[in-house]
Ligand binder design. Structure first.
Ligand code: NAD
Ligand code: GLY
Length: 361
């Protein structure tokens, strides 16, 4: 078992990474304040792991709430179901919510915890690769709006993150690949050496070699923890974690939540960002090709969906949290391992890239 730390002063917290952690009470208990705990999960994950987690909570007054599965349920209506359950069962401000599931459950549960009685404790128990390398760390919580992805939310840090790598055994291949998109993202924005390591080790990752997967999770979490510690509320460099996300969120919203997985949309978005960066005279064409090769090797899409017009894309991209006073900003690449946030790109080039990098173009 490895422990990393997200250093945020008195709100610092550990990330535990290893096998067989869910059923071990020693990781949970020190981070639960009161007696009452509610585990929030979904109808796919609960049958697999809820009993194990509830057994580890035997010394607490713990209940569970099972939500429907899917990005389309990442809504305020679903958050309200959590509030209903908390109020019906008289949960007070000392209660703790535990999110057991992927990024959707983590984001919804974290937002409920951020807002119930103006904020209660919560713990992340991520069970997808994407959630273990990204969404469970850093305190971004929230839900989607029909007009924009993740548009309603709050920063609210968990008490701890318990990443049980054994849970990845039951994840299907498409979801594993979606998580690899966010792993590749850290190499692209911050760490050329890690990108090369991923090129060398992608086959082992796809074969779920435990040592290689754990290493990728640790390195990803270390990158995320460092960036969050430096810029918790995204006033500066944390925005770099959104590489590919402005394009990706447009795909998720435009195609209908849940059609493209978040990681898939981010993968295509990262290649679009790389291609635009090259068109602006920054990253080399040979490096764009390298990125495309690695994303494809990871089983990820590298083209925009053909059913969305370039103009529809750009309209959706303008609903983005990086827009300031109406000016769109994008995370683009100077090089592999060197991302920048900038508004100095040519909007006509964006339309050209969206036409060129389209399925069946
Ligand atoms: P997800 O939560 O929908 O999980 C993917 C699928 O895998 C679901 O069907 C889920 O039920 C299933 N599943 C989960 N764990 C499983 C397991 N161990 N075995 C078998 N099936 C399992 O999707 P995700 O990719 O984990 O997360 C995507 C969400 O995370 C998006 O909403 C995205 O916006 C959000 N996100 C948030 C942040 C953040 O910083 N808060 C960062 C990145 C992504
Ligand atoms: N996933 C982007 C962030 O946490 O900032």
């Amino acid at each position: 078992m490895n422990t990393l730390s997200v250093d945020l002063g008195e709100r610092s917290y550990p990330i535990y990474i290893g096998g067989n952690l869910i059923s071990d009470p020693q990781y949970l208990a020190p981070h639960i304040r009161g007696r009452k705990v509610m585990v929030v999960s979904n109808e796919t994950v609960a049958p697999l792991y809820l009993d194990m987690l509830m057994a580890a909570l035997s010394e607490f007054d713990a209940s569970s709430l099972i939500l429907p599965d899917g990005e389309e349920y990442k809504t305020l209506e679903t958050v309200n179901r959590i509030f209903d359950a908390l109020l019906e069962q008289h949960y007070d401000r000392h209660a703790t919510l535990i999110a057991l599931g992927g990024g959707v459950i983590g984001d919804i549960t974290g937002f409920a915890a951020a807002t119930y009685q103006r904020g209660i404790n919560f713990i992340q128990v991520p069970t997808t690769l994407l959630a273990q390398v990204d969404s469970s760390v850093g305190g971004k919580t929230g839900v989607n709006h029909p007009l924009g992805k993740n548009m309603i939310g709050a920063f609210h840090q968990p008490q701890c993150v318990i990443s049980d790598t054994d849970t990845l055994d039951t994840l299907d291949d498409r979801e594993l690949s979606a998580g690899l998109a966010e792993v590749i993202k850290y190499g692209l924005i911050n760490d050329k050496g890690f990108f090369s390591w991923l090129e060398d080790n992608m086959q082992l990752l796809l074969q779920r070699d435990p040592h290689t997967l754990t290493r990728a999770i640790q390195l990803s979490c270390q990158h995320k923890a460092d960036i969050v510690a430096a810029d918790e509320k995204e006033q500066g460099k944390r925005a770099l974690l959104n590489l590919g996300h402005t394009f990706g969120h447009a795909i998720e919203t435009g195609m209908g939540y849940g059609r493209w997985l978040h990681g898939e949309a981010v993968a295509a978005g990262m290649l679009l960002a790389a291609a635009l960066s090259n068109a602006m005279g920054w990253i080399k064409a040979s490096d764009v090709a390298r990125i495309e090769t690695l994303l494809k090797l990871a089983g990820l899409p590298v083209r925009a969906p053909s059913s969305m017009s370039a103009q529809q894309f750009v309209d959706l991209m303008s609903v983005d949290k990086k827009v300031i006073d109406g000016t769109m900003r994008l995370v683009l690449l100077q090089d592999i391992g060197h991302a920048i946030i900038t508004d100095e790109f040519d909007p006509d080039r964006v339309l050209e890239i969206l036409d060129e990098y389209r399925e069946n173009a």
